[in-house]
Design a protein around this ligand. Structure first.
Ligand code: 13P
Length: 257
């Protein structure tokens, strides 16, 4: 059984002080939701203080990126062992990292391996551009992204990953993918690629989120799709809407921990 998981990707928003105020504000209500997992992913500078506020709660903390090296001359980067005291999750291969910071499938693959070795749960992001979508390339592009990101891993390793299908054209645009389309890509393409590479058990075990203009109004519909296990949320995760989304996910198909 795949337990719902809603993660908030705050991107480059909120100072450390604002982050602490916000998680103090939502902590009690979020922690009261027992049938779904929730994760907040603040900027690096707020990870320590946010993790302190969320200590002894069921709310997870994630980073938005990391480097694959353990230490060294990588100005501006951060390693898993630096993240580990404060995080349980790490978002990898977000389309903004791929587009603005030239991250390749190979980089993402290295990061996934290192994250798993260190005990962090990777949230691996895949998704096609508008042009690819219009050209009918979604299936082949997303399949390739899934297989490349997870290349060389064992089925056991992959069972420990979360995948987020985020069509780039739906991110921050208000143009969310239809439930049918998101469900079809997640069910046939993402789980199909997992099945081909790691077997059907793994394809049915891995939790796969939808991301792209998810909000309290549409999350219930996504959650009702049998192949969608949650959401990776941008804009709406910066507000109390996030609590509402986790509550709805738990209501629609909650599973005890
Ligand atoms: P929005 O929810 O703001 O569209 O962002 C989605 C996203 O990129 C989450 O990683």
């Amino acid at each position: 059984m795949r337990r719902p998981i809603i993660a908030g990707n705050w991107k480059m928003n909120k100072s450390a002080a604002e982050a602490v105020d916000f998680v103090r504000d939502i902590r009690r209500d979020l922690n009261a939701i027992t049938l779904a997992d929730s994760v907040v992913c603040p900027p690096f500078i707020a990870l320590q203080s946010v993790s302190e506020v969320l200590q002894a709660t069921r709310i997870g903390v994630g980073a938005q990126n990391m480097h694959f090296a353990e230490a060294g001359a990588y100005t501006g980067e951060i390693s898993t062992s630096m993240l580990k005291p404060y995080c349980q999750y790490v978002i990898l291969g977000h389309s903004e990292r791929r587009a603005y910071f030239a991250e390749t499938n190979e980089d993402v693959n290295k990061k996934v391996k290192v994250a798993l070795q260190s005990g962090l749960t990777p949230i691996v992001c895949v998704g096609e551009s508008l042009e690819q979508n219009k050209a009918g390339l979604t299936h082949s592009f997303v399949s390739e992204q899934v297989q490349a990101a997870l290349a060389g891993l064992s089925a056991d390793d992959v069972n420990g990953c979360i995948i987020a299908y985020e069509p780039i054209w739906a991110i921050g645009t208000g143009l969310s993918a239809s439930v049918e389309e998101a469900g079809r890509i997640i069910g046939l393409t993402v789980r199909g690629a997992l099945s081909t590479a790691f077997g059907e058990d793994t394809a049915q075990t891995v939790r796969v989120q939808y991301g792209g203009s998810a909000n309290p109004e549409n999350i219930g519909d996504y959650m009702r799709h049998p192949d969608i296990d949650g959401a990776l949320v941008g804009g709406a995760s910066l507000k109390r809407d996030f609590v509402e989304m986790v509550r709805i996910a738990a209501e629609v198909k909650g599973i005890p921990a």
